[in-house]
Each structure stands twice: as C-alpha cells, then as structure tokens.
Design a binder for this molecule. Structure first.
Ligand SMILES: Nc1ncnc2c1ncn2[C@@H]1O[C@H](COP(=O)(O)OP(=O)(O)OP(=O)(O)O)[C@@H](O)[C@H]1O
Ligand SMILES: Nc1nc2c(ncn2[C@@H]2O[C@H](COP(=O)(O)O)[C@@H](O)[C@H]2O)c(=O)[nH]1
Length: 186
C-alpha cells in the first residue's frame, strides 16, 4: 500500500496506530536530504543523507521513487521494500503525491490510498500545532497541499482523517481485508 496525502494530514499518526496493532507490517524507511527534527533518529525515521549521497542513489537506480518536496529530496530505497515483499510481508510506503504516482506508474498493482483532511483550514491548524516547521515552510507545504489535493482522482481509495480512530480502521481494512466496494467510489 502507498499511503499519501498532504503533509500534516495525519499519515504518520494513522500508521503508527496501525503498526501498533499489526507489528508484522513493514513500514518503509525513506531517505531524505531534509535535516532531522528534534527526536528523529537516523535509520528509524529516515535515512538522513547529503544531497550528493541522495543523487548517488538516484544515479544507481536504488530508489523505487523519489521527489523534490519543498526544497528537499525524498525517496524510497528499493532493496528493503522488495525484500519485504519477497518475504510475503504487507508493506506500506508513506510518501507524498508525486512519488505515489510514480509507484502506480511503475507498479500498477500497488494500492494507492489518499488521506484527506477535513479542510485546508484544519490541515493548516494541524501543521501549526505539530510545531515542527517554520511558518514560511508551513505556507509552502500548504501551497503544495492544494496542488496535491487536485490529484486525488488518481488514487484507488480515499480516507478522510477527521475522526482518527475511524481513519485507522479504514486503513486497516484496506490493508488486511478485501475491499468490498468499487474502488472508484462511484
Ligand atoms: N484525526 C486527527 N485529529 C486531530 N489531529 C490529528 C489527527 N490526525 C493527526 N493529527 C495531528 O496532526 C499532526 C500531523 O500529523 P502527522 O505528523 O501524522 O501528519 P503526516 O501526514 O504524517 O505529515 P508529514 O507528511 O509531514 O509527515 C500531528 O500533530 C498529529 O497529532
Ligand atoms: N516521494 C516521497 N515522499 C516522501 C518520502 N518520505 C516522506 N515523504 C513525504 O514528504 C513529505 C514531507 O515529509 P516531512 O517528514 O518532511 O514532513 C510528506 O508528505 C511525506 O509523506 C519518500 O520516500 N518519497
């Protein structure tokens, strides 16, 4: 599964709760050139790389997908994901929208899930309350969010993250049960 949607919508929060209930789930650890935030650990939250090291991964074709997002590179190291899939594990990539669309292009069988905020105002409030990004960076993330929301139609499923528990249950169902309805939502 690819879980995508704008920054601050709650993807990480949802997945942390899903993972607590399903420890067997494999959550991909991304590479990025962004600086670590307080409390983030290299190799657990991200692989924090220099720009040169990231570009080396691109040149070696070692990433399943990658994107430039508000001034930094982000990408999914391919080898661990392919190994987890080969071992029969359920795998989730938590990534932004351009990367999600690359995955769909390269692996059409991948399930793409878009997490929606109740509104842009709520999204802005969540980003501000999270307190991890400077105000100008939050503005850039919100501008990007508006562009990302316009691409929701390319995704297989949508999950509204209004009530957190309900969103967690929806993601769980998509991961571990056969979807019962038309994925287009028509
Ligand atoms: N349903 C919800 N109701 C209220 N607050 C929420 C909800 N879900 C998440 N949050 C809060 O919103 C903030 C952003 O959540 P989170 O960091 O999980 O977003 P994200 O989509 O993973 O962001 P990013 O893409 O930047 O990593 C957090 O402070 C989190 O506690
Ligand atoms: N295309 C990819 N996007 C990724 C990846 N890992 C994380 N992300 C997304 O980037 C933004 C910003 O993340 P933040 O940690 O700086 O808040 C967010 O939407 C993430 O989901 C990746 O490997 N590829």
């Amino acid at each position: 599964m690819v879980l995508s949607g704008p920054s601050g919508v709650g993807k990480g929060t949802i997945l942390a709760l899903v993972r607590r209930r399903h420890p067997e789930l494999y959550l991909s650890v991304s590479a990025t050139t962004r600086a670590p935030r307080t409390g983030e650990v290299d190799g657990r939250d991200y692989y924090f790389l220099t720009q040169a090291a990231f570009e080396q991964l691109i040149a070696e074709n070692a990433l399943l997908e990658w994107a430039c997002y508000v001034g930094n590179y982000y990408g999914t190291p391919a080898a661990p994901v392919l190994a987890a899939l080969a071992a029969g594990r359920s795998v989730v990539l938590e990534i932004e929208v351009q990367g999600a669309l690359q995955v769909k292009n390269n692996y059409p069988a991948a399930m793409l899930v878009f997490v929606l905020p109740p509104s842009l105002a709520v999204l802005a409030a969540r980003l501000r309350a999270r307190g991890t990004d400077a105000p100008e960076l939050i503005e850039r993330r919100l501008e990007r969010a508006a562009e990302e929301l316009a691409l929701v139609g390319h995704f297989d499923y949508r999950v509204l993250n209004d009530d957190l528990e309900r969103a967690v249950e929806q993601v769980e169902r998509l991961l571990f049960e056969e979807p019962l309805h038309d994925p287009t939502g028509c």
